[in-house]
Design a protein around this ligand. Structure first.
Ligand SMILES: CC(C)(COP(=O)(O)OP(=O)(O)OC[C@H]1O[C@@H](n2cnc3c(N)ncnc32)[C@H](O)[C@@H]1OP(=O)(O)O)[C@@H](O)C(=O)NCCC(=O)NCCS
Length: 324
């Protein structure tokens, strides 16, 4: 049975960078008080990239996908599976994956979206792995892409300071050597209300609330608990413990969550890839963007064991263990 091996990665961030100070000034103009000190101390975030008005998720995804294909030296025509993880698709349908397929000039092969919010990339990677393992795909593009700025309530300082826009992608190829060696996916729909955008469109109108809402403290506590257990479970599948991994790439939501997780699992801070200071929380894009940074700057090398983890709305969470 073939393994699914990561053979290249790419990332794309929209050019506009908004620092905490700039955001605080913009919010102050609307009588909403926040500060660089508050945001940095409570979250670790210093800046975020924000897409220009009208720029859609598929455009960020196509840029990240092109970078990943170049990095992997793979011809777009070889791709027989495209999965895009996103909660901010361009349209209700067609899927963002189909738009990406067309944008890359690819004909044929499966293309579909996965919606598991900030766990989306890990869910998508696990799905592509399953296709490759059973021989239903040979070369897959797995993308996490979001324009989260479009669903933020910019008058809610408890959420709008946390997120950014971006896209990350990996190319997976069937190989005789590992590869993805462990997958653990989980969900608890009973916790849907602690993090949601509970609106939709019907009869030409928005029905419900179109903005992201969050109980930050409830999300914080649950995230640390479920990610710690998920890390132990996925490592056990490969006969390892979390302390054995070379690199941990958790969803980039809050540096305090990352530090706590590292302490619980015995993983030193130097082994945890952190990009949220520059990218903020880019939801489904955060893990592939962080992976791309550490892969390209030479920290992650061939043979390394990398633990990727997602957690977010649904409530969803999961882990993928991959040997590079
Ligand atoms: C959102 C989060 C940063 C808030 O930090 P916290 O330490 O829990 O802060 P609290 O919500 O208790 O708020 C503390 C105070 O700061 C205030 N506050 C909230 N956002 C603020 C902001 N941007 N600037 C200044 N003050 C702010 C609150 O109003 C509150 O004020 P009060 O004490 O006068 O009522 C934190 O809960 C968190 O990161 N949670 C997880 C979120 C997450 O990871 N989400 C994505 C998962 S995919």
């Amino acid at each position: 049975m073939p393994y699914a091996k990561i053979i290249g990665s790419g990332g794309y961030l929209p050019p506009r960078i908004v620092s905490n100070d700039e955001l605080a000034a913009e919010l102050a103009a609307r009588q909403i008080e926040t500060s660089d000190t508050w945001i940095t101390e409570r979250t670790g975030i210093r800046q975020r990239h924000i897409a220009a008005p009208g720029v859609k998720t598929s455009s960020l995804a196509i840029n990240a996908a092109r970078a990943a294909l170049d990095h992997a030296a793979v011809d777009a025509a070889d791709i027989d599976l495209i999965i895009v993880a996103t909660s901010t698709p361009d349209f209700i349908f067609p899927s963002t994956a189909c738009l990406v397929q067309a944008g890359l000039g690819i004909r044929g092969g499966a293309a579909f979206d996965i919606q598991a919010v900030c766990s989306g990339f890990v869910y998508a990677l696990a799905t592509a792995d399953a296709f490759i393992r059973v021989g239903r795909a040979a070369t897959a593009l797995v993308i996490g892409a979001e324009v989260f700025s479009g669903i933020l309530d910019w008058s809610d300082r408890g959420t709008c300071v946390l997120f950014g826009d971006g896209a990350g992608a990996v190319v997976l190829r069937a190989a005789d050597t590992p590869g993805i060696t462990g997958v653990e996916l989980n969900a608890d729909g009973g916790q849907a209300k602690i993090l949601c955008t509970a609106g939709g469109i019907s009869q030409g109108k928005i029905v419900g609330d179109p903005f992201l809402r969050m109980d930050g403290q409830a999300v914080f506590k649950l995230a640390v608990t479920v990610l710690a257990q998920s890390a132990r479970d996925v490592c056990a599948q490969a006969g390892m413990t979390p302390a054995d991994v070379d690199w941990m790439i958790p969803h980039q939501a809050n540096v305090r969550i990352l530090n706590l997780l590292g302490r619980k699992l015995g993983i030193p801070a130097e082994k945890i890839v952190v990009t949220l200071d520059r990218h903020a929380n880019t939801s489904a894009a955060s893990v592939p963007l962080a992976f791309d940074v550490a892969f390209r700057d030479g920290r992650i090398r061939a043979g390394d064991q990398v633990l990727m983890q997602g957690v977010g709305g649904g409530f969803t969470w999961g882990s993928v263990l991959v040997r590079i």
